[in-house]
Design a protein around this ligand. Structure first.
Ligand code: NAD
Ligand code: UDP
Length: 336
């Protein structure tokens, strides 16, 4: 199968490229490198011993997108490309709407014109807002609390409308929980520009000595230790979730929705402890105010993905922490 991976140079995209190549798929990557480096793709080739085709192209430039479909007979698209920083989306919402929505519309139009109607879309657990109960099932009510989340929700709705209008489309909405970790080789991993927003990249920058301490955003939540609880999922498990979704897409299922999570929540303090054990480094931290917009706890019910895709997350908290540390320690400056 020939798979177009938008955003394939990014964190989840590069790990998915590895698993696609391992499964002998042909891979074409489209990425504008706005939040990534081409070096990640060099490392993907090194890990797999296989090649892929790379287009440095922007989804906002429809001609560049069309060119890929003219040059390749694509069987399915895995659409990772997008901006993803929640805080930034609050301060520059138009950039987020333009990039994520217009970029997706250009992609969908190009696909329609090329008669390529199979797509896996990177959605997020953020579309559940603050859930009324846990674990979260796919049919829970949806809402958005920030422009980033709203782009995910809007794209889900655009894809629903597209399917209603043309039943030849096959669309998988994969709602990721909290991806962490790195490939076990330590060759690829998450490489945020600047100070990380997310917990695990921040912890690993503290462990490697680039940041003095972690701020724990609140210890007065209604959770066992008072700190926030999330469903952290190893990025390789997540990548494999896409691989397992592809055969489903080719059974002409119409539109399908799956949570990709482990089903288990860990608190911020548990993550600090797990990372200290895995890295042998002390993680200094201080309790700070709650971060505006954060919810107390969030974890998935992943049963639907297990039943219908035969997929479930296998890696442990220790794997997530060890692999993050291995990547960080081998590449203190990321790909730079
Ligand atoms: P990432 O930033 O590492 O990867 C996204 C890639 O898309 C980057 O390589 C970037 O250069 C590229 N890109 C952005 N805009 C583009 C455009 N207009 N044209 C071409 N390329 C463009 O992010 P990631 O963590 O790998 O996330 C991948 C997807 O998964 C995103 O859609 C994100 O919203 C979604 N997601 C991520 C998380 C998470 O915590 N990492 C959670 C849920 C959902
Ligand atoms: N968090 C924290 N300090 C940080 C970053 C995050 O205490 O520097 C907490 C945050 O409040 C939340 C959890 O870690 O409870 C996961 O946050 P992250 O931003 O990684 O994911 P999200 O909030 O998007 O689920």
């Amino acid at each position: 199968m020939k798979i177009l991976v938008t955003g394939g140079a990014g964190y989840i995209g590069s790990h998915t490229c590895v698993e696609l190549l391992n499964e002998n798929h042909e891979v074409v990557v489209l990425d504008n490198l706005s939040n990534s480096s081409e070096e990640s793709l060099t490392r993907v080739k090194k890990i797999t011993g296989k090649s892929l085709e790379f287009y440095k192209a922007d989804l906002l430039n429809k001609k560049q997108v069309d060119a890929v479909f003219l040059e390749h007979k694509i069987d399915a698209v895995i659409h990772f490309a997008g901006l993803k920083a929640v805080g930034e989306s609050v301060s520059i919402p138009l950039k987020y709407f333009h990039n994520n929505i217009t970029g997706t519309l250009n992609l969908l139009c190009a696909m329609n014109e090329a008669n390529v109607k199979n797509i896996i879309f990177s959605s997020s657990a953020t579309v559940y807002g603050d859930p009324l109960s846990l674990p979260i099932k796919e049919d829970f009510p949806l809402s958005a609390t920030n422009p980033y989340g709203r782009t995910k929700l809007m794209i889900e709705e655009i894809l629903q409308d597209l399917y209603r209008s043309d039943k030849n489309w096959n669309i998988a909405l994969l709602r990721y929980f909290n991806p962490v970790g790195a490939h076990k080789s330590g060759e690829i991993g998450e490489d945020p520009f600047g100070i990380p927003n997310n917990l695990v990249p921040y912890i690993s920058k503290v462990a490697v000595g680039f940041l003095p301490r972690l701020n724990v955003f609140g210890n007065d939540y209604n959770t066992p230790d008072g700190t926030g609880v999330r469903d952290f999922i190893h990025v390789v498990d997540l990548a494999l979730g896409h691989i397992r979704t592809l055969p489903k897409l080719f059974t002409n299922p119409g539109i399908v929705i799956y949570n990709l999570g482990t089903g288990t929540g860990f608190s911020v303090l548990e993550m600090i402890k797990g990372f200290e054990t895995a890295s042998g480094k002390k993680i200094p931290y201080k309790i700070a105010d709650r971060r505006p917009g954060d919810i107390a706890a969030c974890w998935a019910d992943p049963a639907k993905a297990k039943d219908e895709l035969g997929w479930e997350a296998k890696k442990t908290l220790d794997d997530m922490c060890k692999d993050t540390w291995n990547w960080q320690n081998k590449n203190p400056n990321g790909y730079r």
